[in-house]
Design a protein around this ligand. Structure first.
Ligand code: EPZ
Length: 427
């Protein structure tokens, strides 16, 4: 199993190209199901989760062609063609490896009038139920059956009717699933208390480019007039605001000065506000965001919330960044019930963090010390790399499959800005 070795103490300086957004790509890919014409997606990140999703779509008979790109390029162009489907079943052995597979449920149901998807099960950060996905689909006409660890959704008479659904809590994935189902319904759908994440806007923009009718894009109230069919499109995936925020924390923590190429300030206001509150200089240029350390970091009080609040996907990275800040920081994780798996590993590097339920209290320490640490989930693994970039000595991060799910060529990007980091195969 590969490991990452990082030796701390180097301020990050230079430019980092930001890749296409994983959490947008994972909802744009299943849109290929919604048309029998080719869908071309540009700026797709090279990530394990994208490869996994491609493999899942191939199972349904969807052809996927990746346009030639030089090895040194970041991102890929993929053309997907769902001319004819050979299956409507997403099997357990694929879904269990990647819970985002549940995002085929809505579009497959819309396209084929039925869909059967293995229940995704939980993951390290929480049990991750899908009840809201199912309730939203039922509200627009689906009939749902559960059996043998699978959920089967059927559109009586072969087509969804449309309808109205108000989410009791904000859910990114459930919003994505119901939007992808509603665009082909035989009627209008009103989705209220919908998630407003930039990735949802990216999804709606792609669907409109394919001929869908969606009003209220970017708001929590979406009105979707179903169409009889959608056509193909060529679309560029948005930049990854979480990857950009992660590298911003690394630059801030190492006393660096980094330009994040392709990052958009408008998609990461809460992250930028938090960085500035910690004393970091952040400014936007034409197609980049510059992040420059500006003296010692200040402690913060942060609470995660649905967009436009402070992103739960940034919590672990800020926790690492604040380990050496002046004073005590308080972080509260309101979205997932178990998203502090990185706390014990950061503690092994000398961080002073105490958790009480969903709240973590960090007391700034003078230094961190490199140690062998273990990644437990995607964002936790990035927090360990960030800590290693400033820790004295060498940090060895294992279980990199977590990291490879969400960060394209991480060590190469950090080497671009002077980090002393390398990936080694385990002996
Ligand atoms: C998406 O997960 C992201 N994943 C997550 O990013 C992100 O943390 C999360 O949204 C919140 O922003 C992708 O986009 C692939 P939710 P999702 O439905 O859709 C509960 C990363 O690190 N809930 O908004 O699964 C749920 O348990 C990943 O890139 C239900 O109760 O998140 C959670 O407490 C991690 N019932 C809350 O809602 C449901 O049916 C928010 O979950 C669905 C969700």
């Amino acid at each position: 199993m590969d490991k990452i070795l990082v030796r701390g103490g180097k301020p990050l300086k230079g430019k980092i190209p930001i890749s296409g957004a994983k959490n947008s790509a994972l909802t744009l890919l299943p849109c290929a199901l919604l048309t029998d014409e080719p869908l071309t997606l540009r700026n797709l990140p090279r990530l394990a989760d994208i490869d996994g999703f491609q493999h899942l779509l191939n199972q349904f008979g969807i052809s996927t062609m990746i346009a030639g790109s030089r090895p040194e390029d970041f991102g890929r162009v993929m053309t997907l063609s769902a001319t004819r489907l050979t299956s409507t079943i997403a099997p357990y052995e694929l879904v269990r490896k990647m819970r985002a597979s549940i995002l085929v449920l809505g579009p497959m149901l819309a396209r084929a009038g039925e869909a059967t998807v293995s229940l995704p099960g939980g993951c390290a950060i929480g049990n991750r139920p899908i009840d809201l996905h199912l309730k939203a689909l039922e509200a627009i006409g689906a009939e749902i059956e559960m059996a043998a660890g699978y959920v089967k959704a059927i559109a009586p008479k072969g087509r969804l009717t449309g309808g109205t659904y108000t989410f009791p809590v904000v859910s990114v994935g459930a919003t994505e699933n119901v939007v992808m189902a509603a665009v082909l319904a035989n009627g209008t759908s009103e989705i209220k208390n919908a998630a407003r994440e930039p990735e949802i806007v990216d999804l709606c923009n792609l669907l409109v480019a394919m001929g869908a009718s969606i009003d209220g894009i970017g708001t929590s109230h979406l009105t979707i007039q179903g169409k009889d069919r959608l056509h193909g499109a060529t679309y560029r995936v948005m930049s990854d605001r979480i990857e950009a925020g992660s590298y911003a924390c690394a630059a801030a923590m190492t006393g660096g000065d980094v330009e994040l190429l392709g990052a958009k300030m408008s998609e990461m206001d809460a992250t930028v506000d938090a960085l500035r509150a910690a004393g970091v200089m952040v400014e936007e240029s034409a197609d980049a965001i510059r992040v420059k350390a500006n003296g010692p970091l200040q402690a913060l009080t942060l609470e995660t919330a649905p967009y436009p609040g402070f992103a739960t996907d940034m919590q672990a990275q800020f926790m690492a960044m604040l380990c050496m800040a002046d004073g005590a920081s308080v972080l509260t994780e309101t979205i997932f019930e178990n998203r502090y798996m990185h706390v014990s590993e950061l503690g092994r590097m000398g961080a002073d963090i105490e958790t009480k339920g969903r709240t973590a209290i960090l007391r700034g320490v003078e230094k961190l010390t490199g140690a062998p640490v273990m990644a437990t989930d995607l964002r936790a693994s990035m927090s360990l790399v960030i800590a290693g970039l400033v820790a004295e000595g060498e940090t060895e991060v294992s279980r990199l499959y977590h990291l490879d799910r969400g960060y394209e060529r991480l060590e190469e990007k950090l080497q671009l800005v002077g980090a002393d980091i390398e990936r080694v195969g385990a002996d």
